[in-house]
Design a binder for this molecule. Structure first.
Ligand code: ATP
Ligand code: MG
Length: 192
């Protein structure tokens, strides 16, 4: 009846092959038919500290990242909703509009222990399962009280911050993002 869906939220500024590897690992390990890359509109835990690129640029880059990869989709719900982005609202909307039940929320190990601070965490805990992806620099641990699994990804030591820094300092980035994303960054004059 219902298909297995993964919700992979992020700022994706820019998206990189660490994100791609994590999504594909979840597809394969959890048998997900769809993984939605949910582009955050206003990443409230980040935006006071730095300038986030326009959502339209981040959506375009995610589309380039996942081009040709079966079962991966860009989700613009949070961008269209506007304002601050909360996963619980996306979960509710996906159930209402698309009949998505009991989805997997995919997070890197750096975020696994922050889940209790997410908006309406108690409701979220009841409605989703969590896939924690290993990520270099953060120990792989399961959030207590959540239905969660830990998955070993390719352990790519890559972050968007590092890519932004490389662009700003004139270094190559083609080992971290596909060519399409390199082109988006150049043509949109991002991070310069
Ligand atoms: P920034 O450096 O700006 O924080 P980021 O690389 O962490 O960027 P985000 O958009 O913040 O990217 O992350 C979105 C999601 O992807 C988060 O759940 C994060 O933990 C996960 N993630 C990011 N990079 C990796 C990676 N290399 N391996 C596994 N998961 C990752
Ligand atoms: Mg991050």
């Amino acid at each position: 009846m219902s298909s297995e869906v993964g919700i992979f939220g992020g700022t994706f500024d820019p998206p990189h092959i660490g994100h791609l590897a994590a999504a594909q690992r979840c597809q394969q390990a959890l048998g997900l038919e769809r993984v939605l890359f949910v582009v955050a509109n206003d990443p409230w835990q980040k935006s006071p500290n730095r300038q986030v690129s326009p959502a339209s640029d981040r959506v375009a880059m995610v589309a380039s990242l996942i081009e040709g990869a079966a079962g991966l989709e860009v989700c613009e719900r949070e961008v269209e909703r506007g304002g601050e982005s909360y996963t619980i609202e996306t979960v509710e909307a996906l159930e209402k509009d698309e009949g998505v039940v009991d989805p997997w929320v995919i997070v890197g190990s750096d975020l696994a222990l922050t889940l209790d601070s997410w908006e309406r965490a108690g409701e979220l805990r009841d409605r989703v399962r969590i896939a924690v992806m290993s990520r270099p620099g953060s120990p792989l641990s399961l959030p207590a009280g959540w239905r969660a699994v830990a998955l070993i990804s390719d352990d790519l030591d890559i972050s968007s911050s590092q890519i932004r820094h490389r662009v700003a300092t004139g270094q190559e980035i083609d080992e971290f993002v596909p060519l399409g994303v390199v082109h988006d960054i150049t043509s949109r004059n991002l991070y310069a």
